[in-house]
Design a protein around this ligand. Sequence first.
Ligand code: ATR
Length: 275
Amino acid sequence: MTQQTPDQYRVFGNPIEHSRSPEIHHIFASKNQQNINYQKQLVDIDDFSNAITDFIDQDGKGVNVTVPFKEQALAIADELTDRASLAGAVNTLSFKDGKIFGDNTDGEGLVQDLITNKVTLKHSRILLLGAGGAARGVLLPLLAQNPSSIVIANRTVSKADTLCLHFSDSRLSASSYQNLEQQSFNVIINATSASLSGSLPPLPTSIISQHVVCYDMVYGKDDTPFLKWVKEHGAIKVIDGLGMLVGQAAVSFYVWRGVTPEVQPVIDKLRASLK
Ligand code: ATR
């Protein structure tokens, strides 16, 4: 019996060296009898669209897109899902029937990870920190879980206002960090890039209690500055973004292969490798 050539997938980014996506997708594939080959590719900043064309010419089936190409991936797509078009960014491209399909699985990855961690989103009051691409990317899937409200807090409040206008949903409102003082939340999600630079947004300590779930989209070997800080102020349930990383990959895998892979063994494996 001849072995069939595996279907080809890539992740495009710059930088890309530290991407865990090939490892994650190869585990999904081997556990689900899917014959795929998934490689990371460093793409020159000005070369994204050529890299896509070349890969399609090589019969590539799909590409994950990471920093800084998610907006270019949106622009290059012939068709977009609602969640990609509202996110203003694409992290999953599929090549089929001569067309490029763009999707964004980041928000669904976050929601799935919150559900896995038994976090109640329905009727809950959510505080979303940050109003950049990461925040915008998760708003539609979060709203789809029927929270009672989502407050978007940002250093530059006008950016949070713009996001509210863009999504035009009565459950959304914008706030400064300072004005959070008198409010209480069930879930706080850090979608700022502050953790990446070792800092954290200037939050009032009054919003932290043992009942609030705190989530940071960033992950690392140790707690992020945000998760450290909320623990110091009494939070008990804290979650980092490793599950979101694996979750968005699982949704991409589903988009491409029509199979939902199990995420927990992959999360456990990556967690162990961080130690
Ligand atoms: P991303 O795609 O990761 O969201 P981005 O679009 O550049 O990146 O947005 C970064 C977000 O992190 C913004 O909300 C930014 O706040 P401003 O809009 O006020 O700049 C936020 N951010 C970054 N560093 C921060 C810090 N040290 N404290 C608070 N917010 C920070």
